[in-house]
Every structure is written in structure tokens, then in C-alpha cells.
Design a protein around this ligand. Sequence first.
Ligand SMILES: Cc1ncc(COP(=O)(O)O)c(C=O)c1O
Length: 369
Amino acid sequence: MKKLIADRAERIDASGIRKVFALAASLEDPVNFSIGQPDFDVPDELKEEAIEAIRAGANKYTQTSGDEQLREKVTQRLKDDFGWENPAGLVTSGVSGGILLALLVLVDPGDEVIMPDPYFVMYKHLVNMLGGRCIFVDSYPRFDLPVDAIAKAIGPKTKLIAVNSPCNPTGMVYSQERLSELAKVAAEHNVPVLSDEIYEKFSYDGRCESIAGYYDKTLVLRGFSKSYAMTGWRLGYAAANEPLRAVIEEMTKIQQYTFVCAPSPFQKAAITAIDYDVGALVNAYRRKRDLIYDGLKGKFELVRPSGAFYAFVKAPNGDATAYVEKAIKNNLLIIPGNVFSERDTHFRISYATSDEKIRHGIEILHRLR
Ligand SMILES: Cc1ncc(COP(=O)(O)O)c(C=O)c1O
């Protein structure tokens, strides 16, 4: 008999993160620095919009490409942000849905996808699942966008460059200068860029720039999960300007036969969310960033994060898995670097938790050094 599980599923190895969660299951009220979602709830006004939408009957399928008003709004934003003239947009089931559709459309077996290492974990596993090959470009120890090394990594099989700013897991926000340098390199080689901007609002030391402002072969993925704490609402969007409109059209075709559409009442609430000011929430997270950075600098090796809600810290003995196991035994949940990297020297902290827990976590980290 043929084996039950297809090769493509077996190409995904999620053992690293599973191990952490298995170890964590036994803990009672731990300091949880492992969670990739905000500790605040969806703002009441937006909850009301969703409830109202359900009551008003927005419970059926929407068009595959998304609620028209929402799509208009997001494409208008991209016109304003990047001067794009004729963008195409698709409302997706989370940015995760957008990443999957984008890679399904772009990556054939044997194609290479270049990404800075550390990287968001999903890229690696999905590229592998599709039979593509990840080309990891090391960005240690500063985690800046490694433009020269990316340029060197481009070859005949390169299909795509994936960038994520603000970055999970490093908390880096790439500068305008670096992004425009990368835009130049990508344009020289005619390679499209996937820009995952899910943390765009969480930028603490100035505006988060996008490579889309410098390069029109950019596929932009943005979302609602993090900015409005709607991780369970499963909403995001993908957009591209003229040269990549066909990518959005193909993604829409595949969405039609997979997700069908993003959740419809939440799309209605997202129309209001787009204009909702999350400045106060971001200010609170800037203070949390300061708390974690000031609490660890000097004693730990880390770069000051400027966005998202993560810090990527060198393990005191350089062995992240060993340090994480020790931390978990001491009621502190952190994630070893090898979940997001080909190295295992650092660990990821998510400071999306209460100030009190952050202080307690810092105390434990110091004790275990
Ligand atoms: C960099 C990055 N991209 C995409 C996602 C997926 O988010 P969602 O599918 O909830 O929109 C996450 C979630 O952690 C993320 O960190």
C-alpha cells in the first residue's frame, strides 16, 4: 500500500516549537514570553462593528477577493503610501493565508527563495512543503537587512526574496536606506519581493518604511491580527501594483478553491479598523520595549529592537536550547533560536505581556545567566 502521508507534509518539521509547548504544558501561571500576539483585547468599538455585522446578516460568503468596500480601502491606502496607480488587492484569511497563497502561486519545485536568517518560521516550512529551496542569508549579529549577501545569493534559480519588517523574531525595522538598496538589487536581477508587513504599526523609533515604496515588483502582505489584537479573526490582505497584478489574480483563483473567502462579518469590522488609531496601544508597547531592553542590556547581548514585540537575545552560553530548557524549568517560557534560524545561539522573547510579568521575566533571566 502507498504510504498514508504525502511527502509534502513530511517536509515540514515543526518539532522545535512543539517541544517547547510540550515542556510548557506542565507549568502553572508561568511568565510567558513565548506568545506572538498582543496582550490587549480588540478595541470595543471594533468588537461592536463585528457584532453589528453579524446581526445585520453579513454572515454569508463574500466575493473571493473580499468585501468590496474593504478592498477599496486597502488599495486606496497603498495608493497613498506608495503612489501606486493601479493596485490589485485580495482580502486573505490572515497574513498566513496570504503567505500560503503567494508561495503556491510563485514557487515551483526547485525554485529558490532568499530570506534573511533569522526568519518568520512559516516561510521556511511552506517553501519546503512546496519543494522549493530556502536560501538563508545570515544577518547575525546586528540583524540588519543583509543586502550585499542577498545580492551574492541571487542565482538562476532565485524566484523570490522574502523580507519581514518589523521582523519576527528580531524586532528589527529596516531603514529606508537598506530597503532602497535591496530594491535596486532586486530590480537589477528582476526578482520579485514578498514584503510581510504584519507588524507595520508596531514601529517605535519612526515610521516603518516599505520596500514597496522603492520597488514596484513588491507583493505586500499586511494584516489585522497584531495591530488590533484580532489574531482569531483571521484577516489580512495582499496587494500588488501593475507588474505583479497577475500574482494577485492567481492568488484569488487559488483562494476560491481553498479558503473561499476571509470571514465575512470581520471583514465588515475591518473597514472601520483601517482608520482606527492604535497610537495609544503602540505607545504602551514602546514602553514595554524600553522595559525589556533596559532590563537586559549590559548583561545580555541584544540589539535594541525597534518594532514588533520581540527581542532576540544571545543565550549566555551560546546554546539556546539548553538555556530555554533551564528557563522553562524556572517557570519562564521563551523560544530557542533554532525555531527561526539555522543557528541555535539566541532565544526569542515576546514582551507582549503585562509590565509586571516583564519585570518578573527579566529577574528570572538574570538569575539563570
Ligand atoms: C511575521 C509574521 N507574518 C505573518 C504572521 C501570521 O499572522 P496572521 O495569519 O495571524 O495574520 C505572523 C504571526 O505571528 C508573523 O509573525
